[in-house]
Design a protein around this ligand. Structure first.
Ligand code: CA
Length: 414
């Protein structure tokens, strides 16, 4: 499909552009000047929130209006990843190998962290791996600008003001240098991707240098993650859960994270662990409240989850996310893949496979930007074209089918 710019005569395209730009600026109409005026108006509230006048001036001086964070705030994904794609990218061999290396490298610290907070190394490292790819991807938005913009425009300004002031208090205390306080568009930052208010509540100075540094200090970050989980109610020694097999005719309406029953009740219904081990295992008593999770419905893998799964869920309020951390922690303990396949004939891709797919797309002349293992809008547009060419369903989703087809072609043409 050709882009509209090529189809339309140039003048018409220009007119359309002017019209659209006019609409956008009319709707938005937001500027650096408005941000500065708003930041000025927030000063008394900031003072009440514990930020003195000089610090407020100093740390908000460089706040820049950032329209992109408002776009992210309103973004409605047209494309939702199926759970098997989500997990294939988050828990792949690469992240397992990197996590094993981190477990070895930080063994001494992780042992001290476990002694202090009661959370085992594999769980702490799994959170780290999923949150920031072990500190490698922590976000590039300067927090003061992002949170300042979100405090003054768009939805949820009250919430973001609380985070904005928390970020300024972090700077005022000198825990993190202003130029190092960068993160996601919404303000999650550092190895642990804590929001500033979460940082204030739960970050710890574990190396004892007087600063709670979650940006440049992995020791503080690992301990802070463990502290987050402990304060969320982590049960030391209890598993997050495990994969189970449901009996024929199991009523799927009984599943759901909040529908808790004693472990023994599930056993009485005929649910068994997939590996044949006892349901009541180390750290788990038959009376413990547990739930059954069916992330892809009754035909996909089933899991029995404990209170500790809820604690992991508390980190980001998404079951797919919690399952990624839980599964990665098992892989880091030497566990394998799920026994039950996902209910699809087109499984998801690891990041290495996504990079391979992007390389194949680029070789076919598609401009998909950087080969980064993240299948964004441009990669998906290219996949869609290739799927149509090859007679596959043109969904734009990157799975094993399109990868295999392009790989086979590329090998044949060599
Ligand atoms: Ca420290």
């Amino acid at each position: 499909m050709r882009s509209p710019e090529r189809v339309l005569p140039r003048l018409a395209a220009l007119a359309l552009f002017v019209l659209l730009a006019g609409c956008v600026s009319h709707v938005r109409g937001q500027t650096q000047g408005e941000l500065e005026a708003c930041v000025g108006r927030l000063q008394p509230a900031a003072q009440k929130a514990g930020i003195d006048t000089a610090a407020y001036r100093q740390f908000t001086r460089d706040a820049r209006f950032d329209a992109t964070v408002l776009e992210k705030l309103d973004y409605q994904p047209e494309f939702r990843l199926p759970i098997w794609d989500y997990l294939a990218g988050l828990v792949d061999d690469e992240r397992v190998a990197d996590g094993m290396a981190m477990l070895a490298e930080h063994r001494a610290v992780l042992q001290k962290v476990e002694a202090a907070y009661g959370v085992d190394p594999a769980t702490v490292v799994a959170v780290w791996g999923v949150e920031s790819n072990y500190g490698r991807i922590t976000g590039k938005y300067p927090l003061v600008s992002a949170l300042g913009t979100l405090s003054c425009f768009g939805r949820r300004q009250d919430y973001f003001r609380g985070e904005f002031f928390a970020a300024l208090r972090i700077l005022q205390r000198g825990d993190i240098a202003p130029e190092r306080l960068n993160g996601s568009w919404a303000g999650a930052f550092g190895h642990t991707q804590f929001m500033p208010a979460t940082y204030e509540r739960l970050a710890v100075d574990f190396d004892g240098d007087g600063r709670r540094d979650l940006v440049d200090n992995s020791t503080d970050a690992l301990a802070s993650t463990a502290n987050f989980l402990r304060r969320g109610g982590w049960q030391t020694g209890q598993p997050w859960g495990f994969e189970v097999r449901l009996p024929a005719g199991f009523d799927a309406a009984l599943a759901g994270r909040k529908q808790k029953r004693p472990l023994a009740d599930w056993g009485a219904m005929g649910i068994v662990a997939v590996d044949g081990s006892p349901m009541a295992r180390s750290g788990l008593a038959s009376g413990d409240k547990t739930a059954i999770l069916l992330p892809a419905g009754a035909r996909g893998p089933a899991f029995l989850v404990t209170r500790n799964f809820d604690v992991i869920y508390g980190y980001n309020a998404a079951e797919s996310y919690a399952l990624a951390i839980a599964h990665l922690s098992d892989r880091l303990r030497g566990g394998g893949h799920f026994a039950t396949p996902w209910p699809t004939d087109d499984p998801g891709l690891s990041r290495a496979e996504r990079r391979e797919l992007q390389t194949l797309l680029t070789a076919r002349g598609h401009d998909i930007g950087e080969i980064d293992g993240a299948l964004g809008d441009r990669s998906r547009a290219a996949i869609k074209l290739e799927q149509a060419r090859l007679g596959q369903d043109a969904t734009g989703r990157g799975g094993q089918k399109i990868l295999r087809a392009l790989r086979a072609e590329s090998t044949a043409n060599r």
